[in-house]
Ligand binder design. Structure first.
Ligand code: FAD
Ligand code: NAP
Length: 312
């Protein structure tokens, strides 16, 4: 039986692994279906990880993390997890290869995946002008004009964030009414440097070897091109929560209506011994430093849980 199973090997999972093993848990396995590092390894540049002052890619930032964990005894199983179950006493991790591992405690850190808007060039220019993270990439467009796509709470809140950094934000939405909360929409209409482009469908992001140069949009008045170097898409988010889904369709612990794991400030879920950390948990800031912090917090709680489990 494992003391602790960690599902996912991004910044949250790796930090949980570091703190759990260094904190005295001896039998800890991190189940990561690919190479450890998580989604930040797709980023060509990260500027906001504390203490890192030079130009560094996400891949380079994450490179030493698994090595540091292995030094303290973290085991990495390169396998996908199908599901985690609980029999009232301990957890069972069901693996895609058909085998299982029992564990006293589990930390899930499987992240989340932004949805694609589906316009031409979205994939080609992802990370080269097309972004799904204003906190990560907004600063690269300081004093410039950018486009934001979407009409939900996330798109509008991220447009506010960008409006404080950028000269102008075009908010491109496919309808003329918004999903976002009414008071958020009212504030949007009163923000001087946000221009609404409504009933508008993004068709193609334009660019060259240097990056994005514009966004072609179809509106009711015809086709227009917004000459922007940055396009931010916020058209919804899939939380990678399937590992918590049970055979009867219910989740192992309490979730929000949009699929995030509900945790308290110690990263504890509604089920004792089960923790969630990083982008998959409620109100996540979706940043590497925050995911790492969550992982550390969850591991410290798991150490205490395993200790009390073994001594009672
Ligand atoms: P993730 O990093 O998503 O890791 C989850 C891991 O779980 C993955 O490795 C995945 O393979 C694994 N996994 C999922 N399901 C399973 C399963 N069923 N079985 C086994 N393994 C599984 N943040 C910043 O702070 N600054 C930035 O500049 C920045 N830029 C970014 C740029 C890009 C292009 C992207 C995509 C993200 C950026 N972020 C940035 C956000 C940052 O990457 C995330 O907030 C952070 O990686 C979240 O960490 P996590 O550990 O919660 O999840
Ligand atoms: P969301 O509410 O699903 O909104 C997605 C937006 O993207 C919608 O306006 C949708 O248009 C648009 N869209 C979807 N697919 C598109 C496409 N292919 N092309 C162009 N536009 C597309 O997602 P979200 O904003 O991420 O919010 C998710 C949940 O979290 C919501 O329940 C939200 O209220 C909540 N949330 C709350 C807060 C808060 O309370 N502060 C903050 C953030 C998120 P349509 O409207 O036409 O469908």
């Amino acid at each position: 039986m494992l003391d602790l199973a960690i599902i996912g090997g991004g910044p949250a999972g790796l930090t949980a692994g570091l703190y759990a093993t260094r904190g005295g848990l001896e039998n800890v396995t991190m189940f990561e279906k690919g190479m450890p590092g998580g989604q930040i390894t797709q980023s060509s540049e990260i500027e906001n990880y504390p203490g890192v002052t030079g130009e560094i890619s996400g891949m380079d930032l994450m490179m030493p993390w698994p090595q540091q964990c292995q030094k303290f005894g973290l085991k990495h199983a390169m396998v996908e997890v199908d599901r985690v179950t609980h029999n009232g006493k301990f957890f069972t991790v069901h693996l895609a290869d058909g085998t299982t591992e029992d564990a006293i405690s589990v930390i899930t850190c499987t992240g989340s995946t932004p949805k694609k808007a589906g316009f031409a060039g979205e994939d080609e220019f992802f990370g080269k002008g097309v972004s799904t993270c204003a906190t990560c990439d907004g600063f690269f467009y300081k004093g410039k004009e950018v486009a934001v796509i979407g009409g939900g709470d996330t798109a509008i809140e991220e447009a506010f964030y960008l409006s404080k950094i950028c000269k102008k934000v075009y908010l491109v939405h496919r309808r003329d009414t918004f999903r976002a909360a009414p008071n958020t929409v009212a504030r949007l209409k009163n923000t001087a440097n946000i221009e609404l482009i409504l009933n508008a469908t993004p068709k193609e992001v334009l660019g060259d070897a240097m990056g994005v140069t514009g966004l072609r949009v179809t509106t009711q008045q015809g086709e227009i091109t917004l000459n922007v170097p940055g396009v931010f898409t916020f058209v919804g988010n899939n939380v990678n929560n399937t590992v918590l889904k049970q055979e009867n369709g219910a989740f192992l612990c309490e979730m929000t209506p949009w699929g995030e794991v509900v945790v308290d400030i110690t990263m504890a879920t509604s089920l004792k011994g089960l923790y969630a950390a990083g982008d998959m948990r409620i109100s996540a800031s979706k940043q590497v430093v925050c995911a790492a912090g969550d992982g550390a917090t969850a591991a410290l709680q798991a150490i205490a849980y395993v200790d009390s489990y073994k001594n009672h």
